[in-house]
Design a protein around this ligand. Sequence first.
Ligand SMILES: NC(=O)c1ccc[n+]([C@@H]2O[C@H](COP(=O)([O-])OP(=O)(O)OC[C@H]3O[C@@H](n4cnc5c(N)ncnc54)[C@H](OP(=O)(O)O)[C@@H]3O)[C@@H](O)[C@H]2O)c1
Length: 167
Amino acid sequence: MKISLIVAHDNNRAIGKDGDLPWHLPNDLKWFKKHTVQKMVVMGRKTYIGLKFQPLPKRINVVMTKNESAHFQGAVIAKNLLEVLQIASAKGIEELMITGGGQIYSLFLPLADRLYITKVNTEIDGADAYFPEFKEKEWNEVFSDAHAKDDKHAFDFTFHIYERPIR
Ligand SMILES: NC(=O)c1ccc[n+]([C@@H]2O[C@H](COP(=O)([O-])OP(=O)(O)OC[C@H]3O[C@@H](n4cnc5c(N)ncnc54)[C@H](OP(=O)(O)O)[C@@H]3O)[C@@H](O)[C@H]2O)c1
């Protein structure tokens, strides 16, 4: 099973503010959908409760929480990293998509094989969630596609895919 992280972050690796995304970038939402549908998505409890639509449709939603009695309609609960891996392997998942937020990216980055990173060319004031630092030089960039801001996108942004060299 391949483990992938998918994120959009700003020039300081900020990903969130007040429980929500700090921007509205429709083409990034399309990119996210394209790379997550028909897969298993794993997110932290804070990201899940911030979703406009729960669960994310056409995906197996796994929500991580340490709360033993938590229940989220339409989602599978996992209480730790091992449980996530057990759920995914029991379902024969080929690519496990880690969809945030900051705590969950930090947890899975050491295990990740692939990173889908949208770099948003801005610096968000008052951000309160961040993507962890990672050593870009240790990864191979296999895809990059830059987009200029326009009337629907307030910032320039670039899609990147990185793969970890075979360990
Ligand atoms: N830009 C992006 O691409 C992107 C993507 C996703 C999210 N976000 C943003 O990120 C922000 C949320 O990120 P966050 O870091 O504050 O929270 P988060 O990672 O979404 O969720 C944190 C919660 O996950 C649970 N958790 C964490 N580690 C765990 C572990 N080892 N085992 C079991 N459960 C664990 C805990 O839930 P309990 O407290 O219930 O135990 C914890 O409070 C939001 O603003 C969201 O919009 C941005």
